[in-house]
Design a protein around this ligand. Structure first.
Ligand code: PLP
Ligand SMILES: N[C@@H](CCOP(=O)(O)O)C(=O)O
Length: 463
């Protein structure tokens, strides 16, 4: 199995090299040369199967020769052993034909753990075999950072630098990143928003001398392995609702488009997904784009769902690659336009092809708060604000005869202020995090300046 860049100019790589590379050297994102398909009988066999078995069946065809099946199976077992729910990704019914897929039972209370716990294992196996060390630099709007730190803390062949937007993550998210005391963990508060942080990370990958000198690696959904691991829970959810014999739709709270793109991969593998509904908060560039055909970056406006406060949505590039018939030059030109002019117009054909798969909607702050309150009252389920954006959009988008699954992407206790303001109920952290507020914090504030951040990283690596 080989992977190609969405901008068409980087060499094709196998799975392990793709995972270690992160961003392609032409600035693009890696995608599989072809998507392996699952036969209907294979999908049906996963109904009720343990999550780990489904993960092995979904992931193995993408990893090729990189890991033997037994080794991959062991890594998957270890990755999910620390989840607090036996089903890993349980489905709960909210209303007739509307289900919630709870993705927050991992160690850091967000869906990121599904991929990060696994790629922690995959990285360690690859690095041990190669005798290499890496320097992870990630950007986060709150959840990727804590999940990455949890997966890589304390490893002696990995340094983890996480750029989070200063003052724009919840206190729990910040403390999850600033309280680990291991020397290989570096929490950096950038004076800018998530888009700035992600742009600086991509700048570092595009500075090939720096990239090679420090052994740069990616844990954002820049890394194909992240997207791949997130594909699994679409398959388990659909199979338990009757796939392949019954279509299912998903509503996905969306920011960087990685999670919903994982759903798209599942659809391409043969999962009978009717619609993938992109749910945005007031930072609604994706909803506007799917509505008007124009992708126009506006300034990020902070919201009560801060992890989705994103305007430059990295993985949209992967979807564009497909709807532009895998024409890397066309995608590179759109990305250039976005960088130079802050936006681009989709061709009519590309827009039509996107709309065949994706629908979209947006939730205002008020609608998000009202959904948290209403859902608690009607179902007893306490939603985090991101999941509430999803539920609000799903309620408008769902068809009577197709089950809708809304992804619950984080635990409400990560956003206690917003949840309490909406409901009067302050969600408690799980016991493992009970003393989070007492632990000492450690973070360095950095300007939104590439050279300054690179200097800091070089200096920390020299110590
Ligand atoms: C809690 C939560 N919900 C939703 C999202 C959006 O996911 P994506 O960026 O993959 O679109 C994020 C951030 O990634 C998140 O942390
Ligand atoms: N919401 C994310 C933003 C980064 O997304 P990623 O999937 O590309 O890592 C976060 O919480 O950090």
């Amino acid at each position: 199995m080989h992977y190609v860049s969405t901008r068409g100019q980087a060499p094709a790589l196998d799975f392990e090299a793709t995972m270690l590379a992160g961003l392609a050297r032409d600035g693009g994102l890696y995608v599989p040369e072809r998507i392996p398909e699952m036969a209907p009988a294979e999908i049906a066999a996963l109904a009720g199967a343990p999550y780990e078995e489904a993960a092995l069946r979904v992931i193995a065809p993408f990893t090729g020769e990189a890991f033997g099946e037994a080794a991959l199976s062991d890594m998957i077992e270890r990755a999910y052993a620390g989840f607090r729910h036996e089903a890993r990704a349980p489905l709960k019914q909210l209303a007739p034909n509307h289900f919630l897929l709870e993705l927050f039972h991992g160690p850091t209370l967000a869906f990121k753990d599904f991929a990060m716990q696994l790629i922690g294992q995959l990285f360690q196996a690859a690095l041990a075999r190669r005798g290499e060390r890496i320097c992870i630099v990630g950007a986060t709007s709150g959840d990727t950072g804590s999940a990455a730190i949890e997966a890589f803390r304390g490893l002696d062949n990995v340094d983890v630098f996480i750029l989070f937007p200063e003052g724009r993550v919840s206190e729990v998210q910040r403390r999850q990143m600033t309280t680990p005391q291991e020397a290989n963990v570096h929490a950096l508060a950038i004076e800018g928003d998530f888009d700035a942080a992600q742009a600086r990370v991509k700048d570092m990958f595009n500075d090939h001398a720096f990239r090679d000198a420090v052994g740069l690696a990616a844990v954002n959904s820049i890394n194909w392995a992240r997207v791949l691991a997130q594909t699994v829970y679409y398959v388990t959810a659909a199979a338990s609702l009757g796939a392949p014999h019954r279509p299912v739709s998903f509503t996905v709270p969306t920011g960087n488009f990685g999670d919903v793109f994982a759903g798209y991969v599942a659809k391409r593998m043969g999962l009978p997904i009717d619609k993938l509904v992109v749910a945005t908060n007031q930072n609604d560039i994706l909803h506007r784009c799917l509505t008007t055909g124009r992708y126009e970056v506006e300034g990020v406006v902070p919201s009560i769902s801060p992890s989705m406060d994103i305007q430059v949505s990295s993985n949209f590039e992967r979807a564009l690659f497909d709807v532009y018939d895998r024409d890397g030059a066309a995608v590179a030109q759109l990305m250039e336009e976005q960088k130079a002019r802050g936006g681009f117009a989709l061709s009519q054909g590309a827009l039509a092809r996107l709309r065949e798969v994706f629908a979209s909607g947006r939730a205002s702050e008020e609608e998000t708060r009202a959904t948290i309150a209403r859902t608690l009252e009607a179902t007893g389920e306490l939603l985090c604000p991101h999941s509430a954006v999803g539920v609000h959009v799903a309620e408008a988008a769902r068809a009577r005869d197709v089950p809708m699954v809304t992804l619950a992407t984080a635990h409400p206790a990560k956003f206690p202020d917003a949840v309490e303001a909406a409901t009067g109920v302050r969600p408690a952290l799980p016991p493992s995090m009970a003393n989070l507020y007492e632990r000492p914090e450690r973070a360095t504030t950095v300007p939104d300046d590439l050279a300054a951040i690179q200097d800091l990283i070089r200096e920390r690596l020299r110590r």
